[in-house]
Design a binder for this molecule. Structure first.
Ligand code: CO8
Length: 201
């Protein structure tokens, strides 16, 4: 363990933007800084209100291509007694990082997610997450995130670097279980249909 932060060590295989990568551009139609993004899909484990044991993460647009989010660790999220499960914390980072694609207004999925677990996170803790997009190269989106305990400037508990890959809508329609795809597509609210798959409304 080097002790370096994610943003100080952007050279890990598959996570380093190529030299010709561009700076990310916030879409003109993206929610304004400070605006809540809302759940993109009611059944999403990360943000959906229809998931009783989900994270119920609330993401908010930040400046540039950045977001902040909060989630409170519940008893259903334990790994060891009284402590958050590492996979749940990775999910919180993944969800926060995924929200960045809404500001870029591209449909993208996580290809690679590398997580550093820096401190144990007790049940009842509110984790303050922050993510920003570092670079874009073709379909590849390079982003980084961290989660702090108890306050936006609290001690860092988790960090992640991620590569998202832009995909077409058929990534979901060809691969998702037909029942859920049908249900999501037939919602009369077209914005909800679009957001379920993170397509631009
Ligand atoms: C608000 C929204 C919240 C969303 C929730 C959070 C997001 C999620 O959790 S999404 C769910 C988890 N992710 C998935 O299910 C994705 C499953 N994986 C896949 O479908 C595919 O592997 C996918 C789409 C990522 C890549 O496949 P494909 O489109 O065929 O890309 P492919 O042609 O293989 O590779 C394209 C480039 O990316 C690179 N690449 C692909 N995967 C990786 C990887 N894991 N690591 C590093 N590089 C990779 C390739 O090397 C290639 O590079 P180059 O262009 O330089 O040769």
């Amino acid at each position: 363990m080097s002790g370096a932060t994610a943003s100080e060590s952007p050279g890990r295989p598959g996570l380093k933007p190529p030299p010709d990568a561009a700076l990310p551009v916030r879409h003109p139609g993206a929610p304004a800084p400070g605006e809540l993004l809302g759940a993109h899909y009611d059944q999403c484990f990360g943000c959906g209100e229809g998931q009783p044991h989900g994270l119920h993460l609330e993401s908010r647009a930040g400046d540039g291509v950045s977001v902040t989010a909060e989630f409170t660790v519940q008893t259903a999220h334990q790994g060891a007694p009284g402590l958050a499960h590492g996979g749940v914390l990775a999910s919180a980072l993944d969800e926060t990082l995924g929200s960045l694609n809404w500001l870029l207004q591209v449909i993208a999925v996580t290809g690679r997610l590398e997580t550093d677990f820096v401190r144990p996170v007790p049940v009842g803790t509110t984790l303050y997450l922050r993510a920003h997009c570092r670079a874009v190269a073709g379909r590849k989106i390079y982003s980084t995130a961290e989660g702090r305990i108890g306050a936006p400037d609290g001690p860092v508990a988790v960090r992640a670097e991620a590569l998202f890959l832009e995909v077409k809508l058929n990534h979901f329609t060809d691969n998702g279980r037909p029942e859920e795809i049908q249900a999501a597509m037939s919602d009369p609210d077209q914005v909800k249909v679009a957001r379920a798959f993170e397509v631009n409304p």
